[in-house]
Structure formats: C-alpha cells, structure tokens
Design a protein around this ligand. Sequence first.
Ligand SMILES: [Zn+2]
Ligand SMILES: [Zn+2]
Length: 287
Amino acid sequence: MRPLGVHTSIAKGVHLSIERAHKLGCTALQIFSHSPRTWVRGPIDDREAGEFRRLRRCYGYEHIFIHSSYLINLCSPDRTTRERSIEMLLYELKVADKLGVQYVVLHPGRASGQSASEAMEKLRRSFRIIEQRWDGSAGILLENTAGQRGDISSRIAQLAEIAGSVTGGLVRGLCLDTAHAFQAGYNIATPQGLESLEEEMKRYMPGYRIRLIHLNDSKAGFNSGLDRHEHIGRGGIGIEGFRVFLSYPFFRDIPLILETPKKSEDDDRRNLLAVRRILETVEQSMR
Ligand SMILES: [Zn+2]
Ligand SMILES: [Zn+2]
C-alpha cells in the first residue's frame, strides 16, 4: 500500500514524532520543525536529532516531510516580515538537513493588499536571497493554497510562475493539498476535474512532480476560496470523491499525509482507517 501518515507532534523531543507515527501505524509522517505560530525557535538538540535518525532507520521511514511555519510570507509588503521569513525558511532547511529530511513544504505567500505582480516580484527576490545563502541538500515543495483573499499560489499556473523564478533547484516539486485544490475550484472528486488538473500540471509544470499529497476533506464549499479542513469523508470531497481521486493514475503512488482536524489521536486513527479502507477498495478494483 502507498505511504500514508499524519502530521505528528514534536512535543518533548523531535524524535518522539516518529514514535507517535509508528504507534498510529503510519508509513509516512510530517512534522513542524518548531511551533509554527511563533518566530521563536531554538537549535535542534544533537542528541534528539541522532535519536530521530536512529528511530527512522529502525522503523524504516522513507517519507518524512517538514511543514514550514505559518508565519512565513516571502512576499509580505513589510520588509521586516520578509527578512524574518527568509531567516525562518533557511532555519527550516537547516533542520531538515540535520534530521536527514529531504523536503520542506511551503505555502509560497500572501499578497496582503499588494497586486499579484508586486507580490510575485517580492517572492522572486526572497527566493534569490535564499538560494544564494542555502548550500545544503534539503529542498522546497510548493503547496497549492485555497485561493483565500491575497493568495498567489492556488492555481497551477501561479505555482509554475513561482517555481520558474527559482533557478538553482531549490524548488523540488509540489505538495498537492486536496482540500485547497477543491476550495480553489479544482474538482478533484470527479474524473473530469482530475483530467483538467493533470492537463494543467503537464502544460505548466512539465519539469516538476507532485511529491506529496496532503489528503484533507473540505469543510468549505467547492471553489469557495476558504481554507477549512474536514475529516475524511465528512466534507465536500466525501468518501466517493476520495475513491475517485485515489484511483486516478496520475496521482497514484505519491505519499499521503493527513492534516485533518485533531482533538485527540483517536481522530487520526479514524481518518487513517477511512483512507486505508478506500485504498483497499481501490487496490481490489485494480486486480
Ligand atoms: Zn496542506
Ligand atoms: Zn489548509
């Protein structure tokens, strides 16, 4: 079965995220490098990083992702915020290298009152600085957004423009969030919607692959431009919609990470079970 996991907590030590994922039966996982809603961050402890790498080998986790901070906005109209965002993303990349993680997932940015072209220009400049300063091995996956006011990354053509503005291989591919795609007007719950998404990927981003899927149902309506996540099967995409999505060849075999609502680990268990059941029916129908 394809790699499947959830976002797990790094509370009390980054290595514990792997134990938590293992306990839930995950075969992939995503973490934050620090608390994603604050600029405060400390160095990652050497002992914890070593333990992270050891546990990872021991359980055989191939697919681990870092989700970057929500505060990062590389195209902010505010210079200080841009500078802090650059420093923060460089920090995330460093943590990734320290942990042996290949990819850092990034929401490219919000225009916050500027025109899309002004925002895009600032984003380009920020990326150039990051490229000049980054000589490690981890890279970035650009994530599609829901198209909320000011988003400049909800369309594949926009993501292509962003990726195209970075030259040195810092951007390694895309992370496709199913809820965001649905909210931005890509109907991934139907074969026709998936065909047009595949067609846009091939037209605008032929050199890039989707390396991660954030599998979330949507609490907000189709094309609503609102970023609201929902438990698998309880939102606008629904169980049948996910069955259609997960059977579609172009998106098959890509690791799946759930970012569904979570009050306790039972929520993760339920959502993982729902996805495993869908994957079983998909695999049976392929036999
Ligand atoms: Zn996401
Ligand atoms: Zn979201």
